[in-house]
Design a protein around this ligand. Structure first.
Ligand SMILES: Cc1ncc(COP(=O)(O)O)c(C=O)c1O
Length: 395
């Protein structure tokens, strides 16, 4: 295992910086449950101001922000319209159904987004048979859509549809500030049509924990009731809120560096054999690339790269890399070099006895040379290994 991990698995993998830790250590604190923690109150005021909403509440996670908002907006048996790849539909442990008795209708569409026409068509008829549509939810940026930014125009049009149909409109803003920095659109402009939205502190902003949910005063009062009920109300939480204050003051504009690094990664990966990625689709800090052309799948590919000190996520033949404040331009260059070696030399192939034997005994030094997978496969197939019949072993 490599000494230092270049962690591209997610922007949740950041380590709090020294300056952030210092801000946390020195934070004035009080009893959050009683509304008396000055740091929590300041963070909530800053977020409400940023998003131009009446109030905000500090929560342990983005997932809790989504789940509280769903619980407040919807009743059991009702339905939410969201993208098929949405976090609320796929990655929140079925919380929508478990806590609120609500189902999600997942819509198709490129880049993790759906059209206003698709949303309109998905609204259920008002009759006794159908689940009743209660909410439209979007992710800004769309995570599984490769960090794609919803345009202000589309968000505004969806908001108008929600208002016209009497639906709640909710934004999962886990990476809203990435969208703000990349597009130049103010957070409050993106936020305007939404009844509820939140920002995550523990992603690109680099905090160890926390998210802030914003909306009307009434909505936030109800959120507080649920936070208390769920055991999410804290005491001297200013210690962690101080990280959020620090991040909002120091770590927003620098998200542009993460976006430049993501673009560099995509542009470099495009030149590798068997890898397919379109750098034009990289709008923020997430890069999806497909390795189908290498004959590999994501699991052994990521496992082999982890051994080399590069952490990536993936499924099928799709691999995801996410840039963040602990990833430098040099890290991207090192990651690309390791991926190139893995693909061209075959380091990412699931190790098998024959493969390992050929590598060590027959082709020493292969790791650093540019030998194609076909050459390597031929070499493997022509070498007799004790106990193995050539051509029968997957490598
Ligand atoms: C789009 C999106 N929504 C929600 C979440 C959940 O955030 P948290 O990990 O803070 O619960 C994530 C986390 O990866 C996410 O990417």
């Amino acid at each position: 295992m490599a000494e230092r991990m270049i962690n591209l698995y997610s922007d949740t993998q950041t380590q709090p910086s020294k300056a952030m830790r210092l801000a946390m250590a020195e934070a004035p604190v009080g009893d959050e449950q009683r509304g008396e923690d000055p740091s929590v109150n300041r963070l909530c005021a800053m977020t409400a101001e940023l998003l131009d909403k009446e109030a905000a509440v500090f929560l342990p996670s983005g997932t809790m922000c989504n789940q509280l908002a769903i619980h407040i907006h919807c009743r059991p048996g009702e339905e939410i319209i969201a993208h098929r790849s949405a976090h609320i539909l796929n990655f929140e442990g079925g919380g929508t159904a478990a806590f609120s008795g609500v189902q999600v209708q997942g819509l198709d569409g490129p880049k993790g987004q759906f059209s206003v026409e698709a949303a309109r068509a998905a609204i259920r008829p008002k009759d006794r048979y159908h689940p009743q549509t209660r909410m439209i939810a979007v992710e800004q940026t769309a995570n599984m859509g490769g960090g794609a930014i919803w345009s202000l125009k589309d968000l505004t049009a969806l908001g108008a549809l929600a208002e016209q149909q009497g639906l709640a409109y909710h934004m999962d803003g886990a990476r809203l500030l990435n969208a703000v920095v990349a597009s130049g659109v103010a957070a409050r402009d993106f936020a305007k049509p939404f009844d509820s939205l939140w920002i995550d502190l523990s992603k690109g902003l680099g905090c160890p924990v926390g998210a802030v949910l914003a909306g009307s005063r009434e909505f936030i009062e109800e959120s507080w009731r649920l936070k208390q009920r769920a055991g999410g109300a804290m005491r001297q939480a200013g210690i962690i809120a101080a990280a959020g204050i620090y991040a909002l003051e120091h770590n927003v504009e620098r998200l542009a560096e993460d976006h430049a690094n993501a673009r560099l990664l995509a542009e470099s990966l495009r030149n590798l054999p068997g890898v397919s990625v379109d750098p034009e689709t990289v709008e923020t800090n997430i890069v999806f690339f497909d390795i189908a052309g290498t004959g590999l799948t994501a699991d052994p590919f990521c496992a082999a790269l982890k051994q080399k000190g590069i952490d990536l996520g993936g499924a099928g033949t799709r691999v995801r890399a996410v840039t963040h404040l602990d990833i430098s331009r040099e890290d991207i260059e090192a990651a690309v070099a390791a991926i190139r070696t893995a693909i061209t030399v075959g380091d990412a192939i699931t190790p098998s006895p024959r493969f390992a034997w050929v590598r060590s005994a027959v082709l020493p030094g292969l790791q650093d040379s540019h030998v194609s997978r076909d050459d390597l496969a031929t070499a493997v197939d022509t070498v007799a290994v004790p106990g193995l019949v050539p051509g029968t072993q997957q490598h």
